[in-house]
Design a binder for this molecule. Sequence first.
Ligand SMILES: Cc1cc2nc3c(=O)[nH]c(=O)nc-3n(C[C@H](O)[C@H](O)[C@H](O)COP(=O)(O)OP(=O)(O)OC[C@H]3O[C@@H](n4cnc5c(N)ncnc54)[C@H](O)[C@@H]3O)c2cc1C
Length: 367
Amino acid sequence: MRILILGGGFGGLAAAKEIRRLLDEEHEVIVIDKKYKFSVGFANLWLMTGLRSDIRYLDLRMLNEKGIKFVRGEILSVDPKNRIVKTKDIDINADYIVIALGAYMNSSIEGFDKALNLYDSEDAIKIYHRLERLREGKIVILIDSIPFKCPPAPYEAALILDEYLKKKNIRDKIEISLITPEEKPVAGAGDNASRSILNMLNEHNIIYKPRSRALRIEDNKILFDSYEENYNLLIGIPAHKAPPIIKGENDWIVVDKSTLKTRYDNVYAIGDITNIKLSNGYSLPKAGTFAEHEGIVVANNIAASIKDNSDGMRYDGYGYCYIDVGNGTAALAEGYFYNNPIEVNIRAPTKKYRMDMEEFEEIRLRI
Ligand SMILES: Cc1cc2nc3c(=O)[nH]c(=O)nc-3n(C[C@H](O)[C@H](O)[C@H](O)COP(=O)(O)OP(=O)(O)OC[C@H]3O[C@@H](n4cnc5c(N)ncnc54)[C@H](O)[C@@H]3O)c2cc1C
C-alpha cells in the first residue's frame, strides 16, 4: 500500500511518523512538501525581539533515513476521487491520502504588505531590526481576519514587546496597540481564557481594539470605517485561507471531527486546512498540537484499516498551547474542545512552562 501525506508540517509529520511506526516496510509512506524546512511557529516570538537570532528547522530530507520517503515539490492539484496528486514534475497515485497542507496566508486589504508578518520567520527577524532602531512612537499589531492560526500568538507578541521595551527603558515612549476583528481574545477557548488574556493586556498597558477590520493601509496609517490609526512599526497577521488548490465548502476542508475522514474514500484531512465546528459556535483552533493529535488518530485508523479493516481511534478534541507572556514565563492553555461545554484550563505563567516550550520545539526538530 502507498500512503501519501501532503504537507510536512505539524500534522503531516506526526501522521507520517506514526504510520511508519505502525506499518511494515512493505507499505510505502511518502511526504510531499514544497519546502524542505520545518520550523516551529512560536520561535518567531523569540526572533522578533532578538532572544534568538537563527531560524531553527528540521530538514525534511532526513525523513528518508527513517523509512519515510520525502518528495520536495509544489503540489499543483489533488484528485481525491482517484487519489492522484500532481506536482510540477510527477503524478503520484496512492491508496490513502492525508491532506495536511496547513493554511495559506494572503491579505485582501490594500497595503497590507506594508506590515511585517509575525507568522513569517524572516519577517520576524526584520521586526527585530526595526525594533532596534525604534526610540518612540507606536507599534500596532494588526489582525486581518478570523480565523488565524494559534489564536494567542498576537497577544503573546504584544506582551513580549512590552517586556522588550521595558528592558530598553523606552516603554513609556512607545505605545503598543492590538487591533483585531475578533470580539475578544481566544474566543473559541471560552470566557475564562479570554478574561485572563484581557487582564494581562490591561496590566501591561496594551491598547486593545476589538471588532475592527482595516480597510486600507498607507505608509504611516491604517484606515478603518470610522477612524484612522497611525503607526511607526506595523506587525500584521494576514488573512488565512485554505491553499488555493483545495476547493472545499467555505474554502476549508470539511471532515468528520472524530475520524478526520473527508467525503472521499481513504482520503483524510488534518490540521489547519480543516474547519471543525464546536458546540460554542466557534471552530476548533488552528494549532500544531491539534494537527498532531489528529495525525496520530488518522495514522492509527489507516494502519488498522490496512491490517484488519477495523477503524478504531477517535479524535476527542484535545489540544494545548503554551502562551509566552514574557519575562521568561509562559502560561499553558489546554482542553477538550469537543466537550459541551468546552473545558479549557488556563494554568498560570511559570518559568517551567517557558522551558517546556523550548523542549517542545527541540523534540519536533528531531527526526
Ligand atoms: C507565531 C506562531 C506561533 C504559534 N504557536 C503555536 C503554539 O504555541 N502551539 C501550537 O500548537 N501551534 C502554534 N502555532 C500554530 C501552528 O504552527 C500551526 O497551527 C500548525 O503549523 C498547523 O499544522 P498543519 O500540519 O496543519 O500545517 P503546517 O504546519 O502549516 O504544514 C503545512 C505544510 O504544507 C506545505 N504546503 C502547503 N501547500 C503546499 C503545496 N501546494 N505543495 C506542497 N507543500 C505545500 C507547507 O510548506 C507546510 O510545510 C503557531 C504559529 C505561529 C505562526
